[in-house]
Design a protein around this ligand. Structure first.
Ligand code: GLY
Ligand code: MN
Length: 439
């Protein structure tokens, strides 16, 4: 007894010695998505060329603590994943020219007191982990214990910007991963739509959120961002992730969902469904305008076009449509001018973004290489115009209040134009009704 308390297990020498012995070798095979190591090697070569031999240090990161000794789920940093093809908590990769050294925490196995005492990393608590040699073989890089990492290495912001700009151009393996994420997401939409009756029966938005999240967890790492399930008056709220409302017949149901594949590439797709299977005339009117804006935006995605072109194409359609409904307090030209933007009252968010390992991919790129950039083959992006009429927005007629519609597709720029990866989901109101009816 110390201080009146019984000793901890780690404080009992006989127990610690006993725990060090009598263990066979567990399976320590690393989980690496096929093709990830080879893709990462090519990414490292691109970074070395861009940094002309300067050193870069990227950390996988650590799950933040939720409370006491409980952590949130770990998700490795995207730059780290892009450069290594692996997802090891606390690991750090150091690149000096074409040379990569990966520093990883060795497994907390027998012989290490953490084996049975550390609930976050001890193998008896969290399962067997690959050793340094296992990682070296799986990834084709030099691997050293984390303790050897010099404490004077720091991540630098310049490397983060360069990485964001390199990551904008996806290679074939990455595009395959994105396709996988989008295909699983489309299946997830079908799973959610099948559960609408249960949601209407009283289980509400959260049942649909849980349905998708379970699907995403079973067929990938999980949702690539908090799932948005907005029914009725919640549909106009851009990021309705509370998902605590009812799902009511006659209302709309906005679903903004993405599966993150095991490689960490994520989809980001939105459709807006009529809960009862048929759009009301007012809902259809709004959906039709968003669809027209969406089609105009899709047509503006092609190599040689500016990234901002599809945004302007969608806004032009939206501004004219709102003017036709008498909802603009100024002329269309004035609204579309930099000094106006009145139509944006109903659409304050952007109309799309790069997509990849992060849902809002490449966010640290410079303005010139993001908004002002000319699109080129290999870029992956979303197009997502919408109209959001809040229930308490007194500028819109009562029949439009509480209607929110977004249509979001995932695209890849090709040599000829663009591929819509999420084209299996219908765009138009009739198509959505038929898709729902077909189950
Ligand atoms: N779908 C989430 C977003 O793009 O913000
Ligand atoms: Mn999006």
């Amino acid at each position: 007894m110390r201080d009146g308390r019984p000793p901890r297990l780690s404080e009992i020498p006989a127990f610690a010695a006993y725990m060090n012995t009598g263990w066979g070798t567990p399976d320590r095979t690393p989980r690496v998505v096929p093709g990830a190591a080879e893709a990462a090697a090519a990414h490292r070569a691109r970074l070395a060329e861009a940094l002309t031999g300067r050193r870069a240090v990227l950390a996988a990161g650590q799950a933040p603590i939720r409370s006491n000794d409980m952590a949130y789920d770990f998700r490795a940093g995207s730059d780290f994943v892009w450069l290594t093809g692996c997802q090891i908590e606390n690991a750090v990769v150091v690149l000096e020219g074409a040379e990569a050294t990966l520093y990883v925490p060795p497994p907390a196995g027998p012989g290490d007191p953490a084996f049975f005492t550390d609930s976050r990393y001890g193998e008896l608590w969290v399962g067997a982990a690959p050793g340094l040699d296992d990682w070296a073989k799986a990834l084709g890089v030099r691997v050293r214990p984390l303790a050897e990492l010099s404490t004077d290495v720091t991540e630098d912001q310049e490397a983060a910007r360069v990485l964001a700009e390199l990551r904008m151009y996806k290679d074939d393996w990455e595009l395959g991963q994105l396709r996988e994420a989008v295909d699983r997401t489309v299946e997830g939409f079908a799973a959610v739509v099948r559960e609408i009756p249960a949601a209407v029966d009283g289980r509400g938005e959260r049942w649909l959120q849980g349905t998708f999240d379970r699907y995403a967890r079973a067929y990938g790492n999980g949702p690539g961002y908090p799932s948005i399930v907005g029914s009725g008056p919640h549909a106009p709220t851009l990021h309705w992730v509370r998902c605590d409302g009812p799902v009511t017949p006659g209302e709309l149901l906005l679903l903004d969902l993405g599966v993150e594949a095991e490689s960490c590439y994520t989809a980001d797709v939105t459709r807006t469904f009529p809960v009862s299977g048929r759009f009301t005339p007012a809902q259809r009117q709004v959906h039709d305008l968003v669809e027209r804006a969406h089609r105009a935006a899709l047509a503006a995605v092609a190599p040689g076009r500016r990234f901002s072109d599809f945004h302007h194409a969608a806004m032009e359609v939206v501004a004219h449509g709102l003017a036709d409904w008498g909802l603009l307090p100024v002329s269309v030209d004035e609204a579309l001018s930099d000094a106006g933007q009145h139509h944006r009252r109903y659409l304050v968010c952007g109309v799309g973004h790069h997509l990849g390992l992060d849902v809002h991919d490449c966010g640290r790129a410079s303005q010139e290489s993001y908004q002002d950039a000319v699109m080129a083959p290999g870029m992956a992006l979303t197009v997502e115009p919408g109209l959001y009429f809040h229930p308490h927005d007194l500028t819109v007629p009562p029949e439009l209040r509480g209607i929110g519609v977004r249509i979001e597709d995932d695209l890849v720029v090709t040599e000829q134009g663009a591929d819509v990866l999420s084209a299996a989901l219908p765009l138009d109101a009739d198509g959505l009704e038929k898709w729902m009816a077909a189950g």
